[in-house]
Design a protein around this ligand. Structure first.
Ligand code: SF4
Length: 619
């Protein structure tokens, strides 16, 4: 490859202390694109059904795609592919920050880590100087202090991926963070790092990413930047970030507490935040976060003082706990205690979801695995197992060992059933925040805007017709509009009353996400809206010098997904392992994305079938 790829894969066996590297195989890059897709391939070569998530043999494959480290907008995405402890499946966590680009500048596209270090360790990659550094001095420290000190050691430009005490204690919902503000979250990736005694991975490089065709690259890059500059809401995004689309935080409050906006390398939007509490007992507290919106999450669970909500989120981030799973489990634990099913020991604090003192105390107990904290640390399924039948009756929905991120009921109530909601059932990683860049992400968008987005994602016209034609009814009568009627008029507002085939849409959303992930482009809606599939193919060709058209990119992305499905089937995960949670159906359950009609279990199962049908060419 003439550009894009750094050209090497780094291998580390933490147990043996073995460090080696080899050339990236061109055929692998051609088959899987790079980045996330190639990460799946490298992990698949090392995972067997006998290898559990916290076993030393479980590989962690860190992956940065061919566009990572270029100046193209928002191309800082880095992925960790591994077997995850909460869903017990092979999946990935993705984050941005400086880690991916610095890894490329150091000369590596992937790092494959196996084994378990005898003592706490930091893996330091500084160009070709690869060191396993004893890390007792960092062990027990939060993500914030660990990151600060490691950046002091390698320089501010270094990318730091670190776990907090939750990862060290192998809490099933521990996450890792990059540069303090980007989460490798959900599924327990932090616990996998902890199981390897790996406190952090730090990367810094002095190289650059070569571009094969500079003239074409400049043309495409300028066009992309021009479309961003012309976007009518760009200023609003740059001002408010995620607060624009999720106004959980009033804009005035946000502007008052925002110290500055943070951005991943090469991102002109920068939706991450540094917040400073201006007044009250917590005045002066400064926090870096994925977004101010996330810092306010505890208010959904009853916090009334935003300052305390920010402090609580900052504590959870510092410990390295996935805050959505944390609050869901605390809510479940409180229900068990209130119903006399679980008992607190006399010295255990009362569980109050709206109290900073209570939540911080319980977060600490989980990380120390004390008392009930030991059970909570193992996740929702362990709670059901330990507290028996009555607990099962009161349990929240559990999918692959995790509580879904969004449900039709408070506190996080998005009741329209789009691709993110169905994806919670079908994503091999379990219920994740989102893996799609799909137009159904969060907002209830009018059906008329879908064809435009689907074409941007590279969905073939026949598939657009199926998606816009609605889903099959459970009795076998289809609500589809004949495909032959649709392509030219698929976007007509007159069809607004028709439905949407969410199962088929999810398949193409997965493909689109994998294309973005394999190249290294951020999938957040505010960024991926500027990329379109043909442009991705052209950029891939300009950067790598490998002749590429859209069908090539799609074939590589689909190959990675099929491989992921196959690996998980080999681990025993079949499509029958996707039971629809009871709380999702009926009048108080999820609603049809377009018509808002309550969904039945059969309808959701029909969508599952349609998802697999698209994969198998039965669409
Ligand atoms: S949109 Fe946010 S997560 Fe994505 S590249 Fe920009 S700053 Fe990073």
């Amino acid at each position: 490859m003439k550009g894009g790829f750094a050209g090497k894969v780094l291998f580390l066996d933490l147990g043996e202390g073995g460090i080696s590297s080899r050339e990236l195989e061109a055929s692998d890059a051609l088959d899987f694109g790079g980045g996330l897709g190639l990460g799946v391939k490298l992990a698949s070569e090392r995972i067997t059904p006998a290898v559990e998530a916290l076993d030393p043999a479980n590989p962690v494959v860190l992956s940065a795609g061919p566009l990572v480290g270029t100046s193209l907008p928002a191309t800082a995405r880095c992925y960790a592919v591994t077997r995850l402890p909460a869903p017990r499946t092979v999946g990935w966590c993705g984050g941005s920050g400086a880690f991916g680009s610095q890894l490329k500048y150091a000369g590596f596209d992937h790092v494959v880590i196996t084994g378990r270090a005898e003592r706490p360790t930091v893996l330091s990659i500084s160009d070709d100087r690869i060191e396993l550094v004893p890390a007792e001095e960092y062990w027990g420290q939060g993500v914030r202090e660990t990151t600060r000190r490691l950046k002091e050691r390698l320089g501010r430009s270094a990318g730091v991926m670190a776990v907090g005490p939750a990862g060290e204690a192998m809490v099933s919902f521990a996450l890792a963070m990059i540069d303090q503000y980007s989460t490798l979250g959900r599924g327990g990736f932090g616990a996998v790092m902890g199981s390897k005694n790996l406190k952090a991975v730090v990367a810094r490089g002095s190289g650059e990413v070569r571009v094969a065709d500079r003239r074409r690259y400049r043309e495409l890059s300028q066009g992309l930047l021009q479309s961003m500059r012309e976007y009518p809401y760009l200023k609003e995004w740059q001002d408010l970030g995620l607060v624009k689309s999720l106004p959980i935080v009033p804009a005035e409050t946000y502007r008052r507490i925002r110290k500055r906006r943070l951005a991943c390398p090469s991102c002109p939007i920068g939706d991450k935040d540094m917040i400073e509490i201006p007044d009250g007992d917590l005045a002066g507290l400064t926090v870096r976060s994925t977004s101010a919106v996330n810092l306010f999450t505890p208010m959904i669970y009853g916090f009334t003082d935003y300052r305390e909500a920010v402090k609580c989120s900052a504590t959870l981030d510092d410990l390295g706990l996935d805050m959505f799973e944390f609050f869901s489990l605390m809510d479940f634990a409180k229900t068990l205690v209130d119903n006399g099913i679980a008992k607190l020991e006399s010295r255990e604090p009362e569980i109050r979801l709206n109290s900073l003192a209570s939540m911080e105390a319980w977060a600490g107990k989980i990380c120390r695995r004390e008392g009930l904290g030991e059970i909570l640390a193992a996740g929702a399924e362990r709670m059901v197992k330990d507290f028996g039948g009555p607990a099962r009756e009161l349990a929240p929905p559990i999918i692959k060992g995790m509580v879904p991120y969004v449900g039709p009921r408070p506190p996080l109530a998005w009741d329209r059933f789009g691709t993110m909601e169905l994806g919670q059932l079908l994503d091999p990683r379990g219920p994740h925040v989102g893996a799609s860049g799909s137009p159904t992400y969060f907002a209830v968008r009018p059906r008329s805007v879908f064809p435009k987005h689907l074409r941007r994602m590279g969905v073939p016209e026949q598939a657009i017709a199926r998606i816009m034609g609605g889903h099959r009814k459970p009795d076998g009568h289809e609500s589809r509009t004949p495909p032959s009627e649709l392509p030219s008029g698929a976007g007509d507002a007159s069809r607004e009353q028709d439905e949407l085939n969410v199962g088929a849409l999810l398949k193409y959303s997965h493909t689109w996400f994998m294309i973005l992930g394999s190249l290294g482009i951020c999938a957040r809606a505010q960024v991926n809206r500027f990329y379109h599939a043909e442009l991705c193919a052209a950029l891939y060709e300009a950067v790598t010098g490998v002749r590429t058209q859209l069908p090539d990119l799609q074939a590589r992305a689909d190959r990675a997904w099929r491989l992921l499905h196959r690996i998980n089937e080999n681990l025993g995960l079949s499509r029958e392992d996707n039971p629809v949670p009871r709380a999702w159906i009926g009048r108080s359950g999820f609603k049809n994305y377009v018509t808002a009609a309550p969904l039945s279990e059969e309808e959701i199962k029909g969508m599952v079938e349609e998802y697999y049908g698209e994969w198998e060419g039965r669409g």
